[in-house]
Write a protein that binds this ligand. Structure first.
Ligand SMILES: [Fe+2]
Ligand SMILES: [Fe+2]
Length: 193
């Protein structure tokens, strides 16, 4: 799925389901981080008009996802907890190239975003197929489709704007790195946990 090297063990969904308040809190903050990431990309690469427009739409959509999650939290009488750290995303960030040209760093930031969208999409699929809560199963199915579109958008921008990065080669490196990294996850009630 989406080129991912390792699929999530469906039993992770059962772990997530034991603590819906926690997974929803973590999920809300993932959406906020996705919006913030899109805004940073806009700020740092404002010369690309089509990117500015498409990422504005994505930033808005991610905040709409945030709103949907906090609505569910409220409806169910849960509390939105404080922002959760995302160790998985922090590890991916360390893999981004920061020492090359501006274009290299830009392209890698797009691939970083595509990578997170791909794994989030896969995790939403696992949730939608395995949790017993019908409302949330439907919710995660809908989000899965949306995140798959974001994944495609980021990857296509990387292909469009590369100057000298071999995208297919670098994307392969990303998939391999992530495939190893994700082996240490899948045990916690966090979206990337
Ligand atoms: Fe989202
Ligand atoms: Fe997304």
């Amino acid at each position: 799925m989406l080129g991912l090297k390792l699929l999530t063990d469906p039993r992770w969904a059962n772990v997530a389901e034991t603590n819906l308040e926690e997974i929803l809190t973590d999920h809300a903050w993932c959406e906020q981080k996705a919006a913030s990431n899109a805004i940073s990309l806009i700020t740092q690469n404002s010369e690309h008009q089509d990117l500015v427009h498409e990422l504005t739409a994505i930033a808005i959509e991610e905040m709409q996802h945030f709103e949907m999650v906090i609505d569910i939290i409220k409806q169910r009488g849960y509390t939105l907890g404080r922002e959760r750290k995302d160790d998985y995303v922090n590890q991916l960030m360390k893999f981004t190239k920061k020492d090359g040209s501006r274009n290299t760093a830009f392209i890698d930031r797009l691939l970083f975003a595509a990578m997170i969208e791909a794994r989030s999409c896969e995790r939403f699929r696992v949730l939608s197929q395995n949790i017993h809560d019908e409302e949330l199963a439907k919710f995660y199915h809908d989000l899965m489709v949306s995140e798959a579109n974001h994944y495609t958008t980021f990857l296509n921008f990387a292909r469009r704007y590369t100057v000298d990065v071999n995208i297919e080669q670098r994307w392969k490196e990303w998939l391999e790195f992530e495939g190893e990294l994700i082996k240490s996850y899948g045990k916690k009630e966090h979206i990337h946990g």
